[in-house]
Design a protein around this ligand. Structure first.
Ligand code: GLU
Length: 485
């Protein structure tokens, strides 16, 4: 029987959870689900200066919001707990001591100045700077002398100077690195904290990780990690390094390109299913033309052999399109529930609202449903429903309102509406048809002044539903105000 696959997402909590991290988490999650494996989340916080609790919380919350639940790891626990690296320091220390005992690693006492001088000298000669191994073979006496000088040692791994570190990558195929470019690197700093490359390997071994999907920026770390696996006599997992996410200008995605954190997409009113759908397409290409997939369809279709090594370009227009498709699928109740926080946030409503107001709002949001790409757009799309004074700012529209035909059609429409008791779409439409008939004003000449008087604009969705949602008083007030322009 094939071994159950185990993948992990191992974020460093050094900032808000961003699009790139979410995509790595998603690909791991999809692979685990597709192969009936386990998805583990652990926290890599060995960078004690930059790691924060706040960031860890943000990552966990975002993962949960996206619905990327984990089988094992931080908060949920599991057989390999703890899942936070700073709580695993004793484990790392033990293995470092064992490596030193086996002479596969050694204490190095170089000062920062000595190392920098060596680096500069190598650069001058046009070489890639690597550690020159000054402390590789220190005698007990030399060690003692350094210690007495108060030097605090780091621990370095003995790395072969010849040959290659090679592996088959699920995205890039066969990858090779010359061992000569690696050098004896630090595995534990002088404060007893292991470096990322060391802790990640120990954890992946301990947690029985079989596949590692992570960002391309870690590709250059992989030879170091393989060197550690070799020193420990352990087989490395299968790696897959996914390409960068670029902004629309084909430069690495950053804040310059707009929102990058998952929280900001949540706050703008994107749906988690739409984000998941969009992120899946950033680097993974399904067969066929279809681009809208439910989670279950993604799980069923996702395979690493359709993940491209080309950089992916983040296209906000496409995300908006996908999100709008998901918004269109919402029932009236779901739509209102989804949009209510945004309606409150922009100050249009305050909670609690009465049942009647809720029913009215439900119709209002359905009226704009087709037009929404994300939740915060309610600010613009619902403006007309919260606009009471019929102010018209646009000079061109003012001119339209002043024309004789505009006055005529408005007047006729007002007269028809005033008599109407059943203020509903069909009857309102009848009133307008009557007004057009009696005035003999049609088309744009008839519609534009009405729309301008009611909304201050010349374009928008159907006016009859809008008028019925405005109600009789507001409609008549605005139309009459229109007459005075
Ligand atoms: N902690 C690393 C990061 O956040 C992940 C490294 C890995 O997946 O191996 O980039």
């Amino acid at each position: 029987m094939q071994k159950k696959i185990r993948v992990r997402f191992a974020p460093s909590p050094t900032g808000p959870f961003h699009i790139g991290g979410a995509r790595s988490a998603l690909f791991n999650w999809l692979l685990a689900k597709h192969m009936n494996g386990d998805f583990i989340v652990r926290i890599e916080d060995t960078d004690t200066v930059r790691s924060t609790k706040e960031s860890e919380e943000n990552i966990k919350e975002s993962l949960k919001w996206l619905g990327l639940n984990w089988d094992e790891g931080i908060d949920v626990g599991g057989p390999h707990a703890p899942y936070r690296q700073t709580e695993r320091l004793e484990k790392y220390k033990k293995i470092v001591e064992q490596l030193i005992k086996e002479d596969k690693a050694y204490y190095a006492y170089d000062t920062a100045e000595e190392l920098e001088a060596s680096r500069q000298a190598q650069l001058k000669e046009g070489k890639t700077p690597v550690y020159q191994g000054y402390c590789k073979n220190l005698t007990a006496e030399e060690q003692k002398k350094y210690k007495e000088e108060g030097r605090k040692p780091v621990v370095r791994l003995r790395v072969p100077t010849h040959g290659v570190f090679e592996f088959d990558d699920m995205v890039r195929c066969h990858v090779e690195f010359q061992a000569s470019g690696v050098g004896d690197f630090i595995i534990m700093k002088s404060d007893g904290i292991p470096v990322y490359n060391f802790a990640v390997v120990i954890d992946d071994i301990d947690m029985e990780i079989t596949h590692v999907i992570r960002a391309e920026e870690h590709l250059s770390n992989t030879p170091r990690q393989i060197a550690i696996y070799q020193a420990l006599g352990h087989e490395a997992p299968v790696f897959g390094h996914i390409s960068l996410i670029l902004g629309s200008d084909h430069k690495k995605m950053s804040k310059r390109h707009g929102a990058t954190s998952i929280t900001s997409y949540k706050d703008m009113g994107y749906l988690p299913d739409a984000i998941v759908n969009y992120l899946a397409l950033l680097g993974w290409a399904p067969e066929g033309e279809e681009e809208i997939f439910t989670r279950n369809e993604l799980i069923e279709k996702f395979t690493m052999n359709r993940v491209s090594s080309n950089d992916a370009v983040f296209d906000i227009e496409k995300l908006n399109w996908i999100n709008s498709r998901y918004i269109k699928e919402l029932s009236p109740d779901q739509l209102l529930e989804f949009l209510m926080p945004f309606i409150v946030k922009v100050g249009y409503e305050t909670l609690p609202i009465s049942p009647e107001r809720k029913e009215w709002l439900k119709k209002v949001v359905c009226y704009v449903q087709e037009r929404l790409s994300y939740g915060m757009q309610v600010e613009e799309e619902l403006k007309i429903f919260y606009r009471t004074i019929g102010e018209i700012k646009n000079e061109e529209y003012k001119e339209i309102m002043k024309s004789e035909s505009s006055k005529k059609i408005l007047q006729a429409f007002i007269e028809n509406l005033e008599k109407l008791d059943l203020f509903e779409d069909d009857f309102i439409k009848k009133c307008f048809t009557n007004a057009m008939k009696t005035t003999n004003i049609k088309g744009k000449l008839a519609f534009e002044p009405v729309r301008i008087a009611l909304t201050g604009k010349t374009k928008g969705p159907g006016i009859y539903t809008m008028i019925s949602l405005f109600g009789k008083d507001k409609t008549l007030n605005l139309l009459k105000k229109g007459l005075t322009i």
